[in-house]
Design a protein around this ligand. Structure first.
Ligand SMILES: [Zn+2]
Length: 348
């Protein structure tokens, strides 16, 4: 019976990791896997017991869902005018409880739906009825207060609902359940105090940065952190502590992030970028930019392992803590074409 089960599990793993040319299995040790008491359907659909990370296709903003089997964590909530996309994605993944909502920094393309998730109004519910099914247990941010109505609205929602709230700083560790940990690498308490004390705020460079680890698997979450933060991370961490299997490209693939030195230290085998199509007014920036892409390739990252929601749709990582696979919704080879276009634009 066990043998049959193992065969089924291996088949499911093969199907999951092998449907697309980009959905490659990264083998670290021996081949996958110890048999768990899952049914075939569960193994194929949800990889139960494993870690699942989905960079959601929400347009120009950021929203990354982490499901550990014990907890569901959402990192950022995209923009207000991208709410329909976010809620659709959460509904597709049958998310009802968000155990931890992490807001990297208070720009609109990251906290756009925080308030509506925590304490939706009647209007918000009538626009997106699925919001009624979702509850948020705990909220985390960088502890730097902002003056925007969006920031104030989610702080008010936390108060109204009595939601647990905590500010994250370097050295904190969040337990995501099932041996999945999130080590906070940024911001520093000195920075938080200085900005709250009146120093001019630079929200991108106050982003919560954290390294998620699940046994041997790791992913770096960067929010919109730019070169300044990357330099600080390099100065304050050992290279081996920055090393990750997967990097969330800082600041939507902007040239303001992803320096050569930083990419060399993280040395990821996959890079995931979140940004929207050009025709959407949000990506007037032309993300992703040429320089980060060139830096990724120069570091030896396989072109097929650079994925972007703009072309690849929602990108899903699954890991059993030993191996991992990355599965884009759409298998589109865009990197080479996009680099050529960007190089041509540069010459104009
Ligand atoms: Zn952003």
């Amino acid at each position: 019976m066990k043998k049959i089960f193992l065969a089924v599990l291996m088949l499911a793993t093969f199907i999951l990791s092998g449907c697309g040319s980009q959905g490659k299995e990264e083998s670290k040790d021996e081949p996958q896997a110890t048999a768990k008491e899952d049914t075939q359907a569960e193994a194929a659909q949800d990889v139960k017991g494993n870690l699942k990370i989905s960079m959601l296709n929400v347009g120009q903003g950021d929203a990354i869902l982490i499901q550990t089997g014990k907890q569901t964590i959402l990192v950022d909530t995209s923009d207000t005018d991208e709410r329909d996309l976010l809620v659709k994605e959460l509904e597709k993944l049958a998310v009802t409880k968000i155990d931890k909502l992490i807001l990297t920094h208070p720009h609109a393309d990251h906290i756009g739906s925080a308030k509506a998730l925590i304490n939706p109004s009647k209007k918000e519910l009538s626009a997106n009825p699925y919001l009624e099914k979702i509850s948020v247990a705990e909220v985390y941010d960088n502890g730097i207060s902002a003056s925007s109505p969006l920031y104030k609205s989610y702080m008010k929602a936390i108060d109204a609902k009595g939601t647990t709230y905590k500010a994250l700083k370097v050295g904190d560790t969040l337990d995501f359940g099932n041996s999945v940990k999130f080590n906070v690498l940024y911001p520093t308490p000195e920075l938080v105090d200085a900005v709250n004390g009146g120093q001019k705020s630079d929200p991108n460079n106050e982003s919560v940065v954290g390294k998620l680890t699940y046994k041997k698997f790791s992913m770096l979450f960067t929010g919109d952190a730019e070169k300044e933060v990357e330099a600080s991370l390099l100065a304050n961490n050992k290279t081996k502590d920055l090393k990750c299997d997967v990097l969330k490209s800082g600041h939507h693939g902007s040239y303001t992030a992803s320096t050569k030195d930083f990419i060399a230290a993280v040395n990821p085998s996959y890079v995931l970028i979140s940004c929207g199509p050009d025709e959407e007014r949000r990506n007037t920036y032309g993300h992703p930019h040429l320089e980060p892409l060139e830096n990724y390739l120069a570091q030896g990252i396989d072109e097929k392992n650079i994925l972007c929601t703009r072309w690849n749709g929602t990108i899903t990582i699954t890991s059993d803590g030993k191996n991992f696979s990355v599965q884009p919704e759409n298998n589109e080879d865009w990197v080479d074409k996009w680099i050529k276009k960007k190089q041509k634009d540069k010459k104009k």
